[in-house]
Design a binder for this molecule. Structure first.
Ligand SMILES: Nc1ncnc2c1ncn2[C@@H]1O[C@H](COP(=O)(O)OP(=O)(O)OP(=O)(O)O)[C@@H](O)[C@H]1O
Length: 286
């Protein structure tokens, strides 16, 4: 495990902003920390980086207590935009970061290449688009070749093209074996790029699993004529308007049953809940 937390809790006054969160991030995966605004994602991430002290509970990052020099050297993070000098080039900004962190200058070029900014590395930071600025932030986080990359809402404020670029970048990093923990309030994003997801709502971790598991069982949608007869024939089926919903069915047997009973089968397909539906059910967000 790269990250584990046990009942991690942060209270401000009498309010538990993060409430007994136990999560785990495995080596090599992209873990999506998903929840509506204000759910407690940033506070949790800050605890993992040693920026906020937990009220109770524990966290281990790469086997170390968060915020210890040993742990910090092996973690790269992008949280609330790193400081960049507007009148320096992207490359020079990274050189400043590298020097501060005691990272060899050659790594600046590698990081620029990883985020696909080599072509624009000589341009002044202030001329960068938001998406480029964000990618430079990721490059800064990659200096020192961290074992864990933590990105807090990396697509926040980006236009759709910038978001797509960022997703592409995370996927590319994952393909190189980089472990990534990213937070997001956007389901589509998490669904597309994450191996596993932790869903947080009101400070509580309400689910942790793969995207597929989170969606739960597949339900079959069956359109048949006459539908009422099909409803009677298929045990456990639910009639929804002019279609049936059937949970965990053997598709072949189901179709045979209907056809043998002279029911015309017009359509049979898996009806997958979108992650969005699941998310709203779990978090009560609307
Ligand atoms: N230092 C603080 N003192 C008091 N309340 C705080 C403090 N930091 C955060 N909070 C509150 O804790 C709650 C969770 O904040 P947090 O930033 O962790 O949420 P989030 O899920 O990251 O949401 P967002 O995406 O909006 O940042 C919010 O209601 C916030 O106002």
């Amino acid at each position: 495990m790269i990250v584990t937390t046990e009942k991690l809790t942060k209270r401000y006054g009498d309010r538990a902003v993060v409430d007994g969160v136990s999560l785990s991030v495995r080596r090599g995966e992209v873990y999506g920390f998903l929840g509506p605004n204000g759910a407690g994602k940033t506070t949790t991430i800050r605890m993992l980086l040693g920026l906020v002290k937990p009220t109770s509970g524990t966290a281990r990052v790469l086997g170390e207590a968060p915020g210890t020099p040993k742990a910090l050297l092996r973690v790269g993070s992008l949280i609330e935009g790193p400081g960049f000098y507007p009148y320096l080039s992207g490359r020079d900004n990274l050189r400043v970061h590298a020097a501060r962190r005691g990272v060899r200058a050659e790594q600046v070029e590698t990081a620029l290449e990883q985020v696909d900014l080599l072509g624009a590395a000589g341009e002044k930071f202030r001329r960068y688009s938001l998406g480029m600025k964000q990618r430079l932030g990721v490059a800064a986080a990659l200096l020192g070749r961290p074992e864990l990359l933590v990105l807090d809402e990396p697509t926040n404020g980006l236009d759709p093209a910038g978001m797509a670029d960022m997703r592409e970048l995370v996927r590319a990093l994952a393909a190189q074996g980089q472990t990534v923990l990213l937070s997001s309030h956007l389901l589509g994003e998490v669904e597309e790029i994450c191996d596993r997801v932790g869903v947080i709502a009101n400070g509580k971790l309400v689910a942790e699993s793969t995207v597929d598991q989170l969606r739960g069982d597949t339900v079959l949608l069956v359109r048949a004529d006459p539908i009422e007869k099909a409803h009677v024939l298929v045990e456990g089926s639910e009639l929804h308007g002019d279609v049936l919903h059937v949970r965990e069915a053997d598709t072949g047997a189901l179709v045979r049953t209907l056809v043998h009973a002279d029911v015309d089968v017009l359509e049979v397909r898996p009806l997958r809940r979108t992650l969005e539906e699941v998310f709203f059910e779990m978090t009560g967000a609307a």
